[in-house]
Design a protein around this ligand. Structure first.
Ligand SMILES: [Zn+2]
Ligand SMILES: [Zn+2]
Length: 248
C-alpha cells in the first residue's frame, strides 16, 4: 500500500476507525458537492447577465464568508457550552474535541488533514446535499444568490478548522502569516481571547470578524439565557461551578 494512502487511512487515532472512514468520505463528498454548487451558481449568474452578476459575486462572497464565521462561532459555542463527553451520539466525536482543545490547545497542530477537516465536512454535507437538490435548476434571482453565497459559505466552513490550526502553529507558512496579519483569516492574538478561562467569548474561528460585534451584543450570553428559560438546559460551566461549590 503506498505510504501516503496508508497515512490517510491509518487507524491508530484516539477515535474510532468508523468515524475516521466517515470523515474521509465526508471530505471527498465536500469536494464533489462544492464543484456541483459552483457550476449551478455559475450557470445561474450567467442567466442574469454578467453586467449584473459581476457586482453580485463580491456581495455574495462577503455574505457567505461572514456566514461561515457566524456558523463557526455558533457550533463552537454549542460544543463548548452544552453536554459533555458522555452525551449520546455527539459526545465522543463532536463535544470531546472542543473540550480537549481548551486543556491541550496545541494538540490541534498534531492532527492531520482528515482529523482537522473531517467533522466540518460531515456537518457541511447536511447543508450541501439539500442545497444542490433544491436549487438544481435555479428559477429566481434569490435561488441564484443562495447558490453563489453557498459556495463561499461552504468553502469558509470547510477551511475554518484549518485556519484554527494555523492560528495555533508557532511557525505557519509565510503566506498564512500574511493572511493572518491582514485579518483575512483567524489570527493568533485574536484567538487568544477565546483561550482565556472561562472560554466563554470570541467563539468565531473562521476570520473572527463577528467576535467583537457578538461580544458587544452579548449574543451568546443571551442565547444561553433563552436556552435555559425555554428548555431548562444549563451550561456545562454552570454545572462545573455548582459541583466545585458543593465539593468545597
Ligand atoms: Zn472553545
Ligand atoms: Zn483554539
Amino acid at each position: 500500500m503506498p505510504s501516503m494512502f496508508k497515512s490517510f487511512v491509518r487507524l491508530d487515532f484516539g477515535y474510532s476507525p468508523f468515524h475516521r472512514f466517515f470523515e474521509i468520505a465526508a471530505i471527498l463528498s465536500f469536494f464533489a458537492l462544492v464543484v456541483i454548487i459552483s457550476i449551478q451558481a455559475y450557470t445561474g449568474l450567467a442567466t442574469l447577465g454578467w453586467q449584473t452578476a459581476i457586482w453580485l459575486v463580491p456581495v455574495t462572497a462577503l455574505f457567505g464568508y461572514v456566514g461561515a464565521d457566524f456558523a463557526s462561532g455558533f457550533v463552537h459555542w454549542m460544543g463548548d457550552t452544552f453536554g459533555g463527553e458522555e452525551t449520546p451520539v455527539l459526545g465522543e466525536a463532536f463535544i470531546k474535541p472542543f473540550r480537549d482543545h481548551h486543556t491541550h490547545p496545541n494538540g490541534i497542530c498534531e492532527h492531520d488533514f482528515v482529523e482537522v477537516n473531517g467533522n466540518n465536512s460531515i456537518v457541511l454535507a447536511l447543508y450541501m446535499i439539500p442545497v444542490t437538490l433544491i436549487f438544481s435548476d435555479p428559477t429566481s434571482t434569490i435561488h441564484i444568490l443562495i447558490l453563489a453565497a453557498s459556495v463561499f459559505f461552504t468553502v469558509g466552513v470547510f477551511m475554518t478548522n484549518q485556519f484554527h490550526k494555523w492560528a495555533h502553529m508557532d511557525n505557519p507558512p509565510a503566506y498564512i502569516e500574511a493572511l493572518q496579519k491582514w485579518g483575512l483569516i483567524l489570527g493568533p492574538e485574536h484567538h487568544d481571547v477565546h483561550h482565556t478561562s472561562p472560554y466563554d467569548t470570541y467563539y468565531c474561528i473562521t476570520c473572527g470578524w463577528l467576535n467583537p460585534i457578538l461580544q458587544r451584543l452579548q449574543f451568546f450570553e443571551t442565547m444561553e439565557k433563552i436556552v435555559y428559560r425555554t428548555l431548562g438546559v444549563g451550561t456545562s460551566r454552570d454545572k462545573l461551578k455548582s459541583s466545585s461549590d458543593s465539593a468545597g
